[in-house]
Write a protein that binds this ligand. Structure first.
Ligand code: GLU
Length: 291
């Protein structure tokens, strides 16, 4: 099948490990099997944690694995202006609001509930939903606080956003790694509450930049880890609000360590550079991840 565009989108905030290898190789195998394209995107919007050394390591590890991607690589930190334009659109549409509560204030607000916050709703990652009293602030009050230099983040007004789109929200999800069968998943975007779409230090967010880039780069197939399954609901909502075409999704299994834990970037023995230095071959890596 032609016309399929896949992407691998790592963040250069640590070394690649077996989990990344599985995702990159799966994308690469699928693109080859379908005579499609494979793009590489460097997701480095968090300029405080991403480094050129980690980015160079990504290229080295992927080349070693035999993954071939199209040039030029899109580096998100080169495109802040584009994300800001999309944010400006959402601000004009009154779908985001400046949220002033600090982490400590959120905690205190929730703890002050009669039940001590025990029944406060939590998002799919387990974090308490944003209380959002600023949804009601007047335009004047917002402006005054912003001009006074009070720190804030731009948050999506989830209820307003859901009211804006027509009908229920869903996405197309493949049921297997060969992308043979596909089903429909209902997208519960409100489960995330009012997510952050931009901060003062980082004028975009993972959700905002990922949907813009997937659309801009013509990505048709998003194949990524199961840990991002629920995030797809927010991304679908943003695609609707911004008029972007939705790709199809496959959220693949995660590679876990001997204790069944998700791999982290600090685990030395599963890092690709360490495995390579220890004499492992790309074929060994394929075996280790079950490909
Ligand atoms: N940059 C994200 C990560 O490294 C992946 C984003 C995605 O595939 O949508 O976890």
């Amino acid at each position: 099948m032609t016309g399929s565009t896949f992407r691998f989108a790592p963040s250069p905030n640590g070394e690649l490990h077996l989990g990344h290898a599985f995702s990159a190789l799966l994308n690469s195998d699928l693109a080859r099997a379908r005579d499609g394209r494979l793009l590489l995107r460097i997701e480095d919007i968090d300029v405080t944690r991403c480094t050129p050394e980690y980015e160079a390591g990504i290229y080295e590890d992927l080349r070693w694995l035999g993954v071939e991607w199209e040039e030029p690589v899109r580096r998100q930190s080169d495109h802040f202006g584009e994300y800001e334009q999309a944010l400006a659109h959402l601000i004009r549409e009154e779908l985001v609001y400046p949220a002033f509560m600090s982490r400590g204030e959120i905690r205190a607000h929730i703890a002050a509930r009669p039940d001590g916050g025990r029944n406060w709703p939590r998002d799919p990652d387990g974090a308490p939903l944003y209380p959002g009293p600023e949804r009601e602030l007047s335009v004047k009050e917002r402006r005054q606080r912003m001009e006074a230099g009070q720190p804030f983040a731009w948050r999506l007004d989830a209820a307003a956003a859901m009211a804006r789109i027509a009908g229920p929200l869903s996405w197309r999800e493949y049921e297997d790694d060969s992308l043979a069968r596909i089903g429909n998943v209902e997208a519960d975007a409100q489960a995330w509450g009012d997510v952050i779409l931009a901060r003062r230090e980082i004028p975009t967010s993972y959700h905002l930049s990922v949907v813009l880039d997937d659309a801009l780069q013509g990505v048709t197939h998003v194949v990524r880890g199961r840990d991002l399954y629920h995030a797809t609901a927010i991304q679908r909502l943003l695609q609707e609000l911004l008029g972007l075409p939705p790709p199809r999704y496959r959220h693949h299994r995660l590679i876990v360590d001997a204790e069944g834990r998700k791999l982290s970037k600090s685990l030395r023995h599963t890092g690709l550079a360490a495995l390579r230095a220890g004499g492992k071959t790309p074929d060994d890596v394929r075996q280790l991840v079950g490909l």
